[in-house]
Design a protein around this ligand. Sequence first.
Ligand SMILES: [Zn+2]
Length: 284
Amino acid sequence: MKLQNPATPAPQDAEARRAIRPTICYPIDTLPQPDLAGIDVGRAGAEKIGEVLVPPRDARCVAVPAGGFFRITCTEGSQVGDLNLWNATDLKEHFFSGKTRALHGTHLSTGDRLWSRLPYLRPMATIIADTLDWYGFDAFGGSVHDVIGTRCDPYTGRLLSGSDYHYCCHSNLTRALADHTGMSLTEAEPLVHDVLNVFMCTGFTADTHQYFMKASPVRPGDYLEFMAEIDLIVGLSACPGGDCGDEHTSDKAACHPLLIEVFHNPAFTHEVPPVNAYDRSHGR
Ligand SMILES: [Zn+2]
């Protein structure tokens, strides 16, 4: 955190340096855009091929084929979900929340894509519907569906409170991936990664720029829907923080199930994006 009383005196041209206008790090004008209209046509002809109900303080994984669709729905009450994505045929290729944030901003909505880690760096999923798109940014700078948090985990809980809690999203996703793949917990855990915080309302405080959360505006019936760009294993944890209006890493918050539904349209042709074309010679 920045010091309230810095040790270094400001130089004479401090204000001039601060006044330099920012530029966007990664302008996305050249980024290939999803054909949302074409995807909507494919989605309209899709039929439901499966569903899984994610119990509170637990996680589940579900397979979604490339060109298929998955919808995450709030069911009984306001609830936040922590989303992981893996390439179903190569689990090393997983969601890269940091680069997704660098490309699309701190909070995602319709048209944004979830990118995979290096060296793959290709779209894994595209958001095609978001019933909370009306929220925008509130007076505190908060918004929904962030890629700025990580996932609640027992290690940070241990660090800050000295106690062990076993139903954080990190542990829930570890158990769910192990159950889905037959791997041990030890094999599954390193594959769990930073998330898309579905329905979570977050931002940075205006004064200290600390990560904050507030009660999610999500209500039963709200959903976030995606098209799978590649064959996916989708992992979702119903966070122990519930609506994340108070605290996580405990059993204190009221928690509710989240529903994942999978849809497929065999007549919809989808081109799987290739992995990133960089030649990986790294200057040698
Ligand atoms: Zn969580």
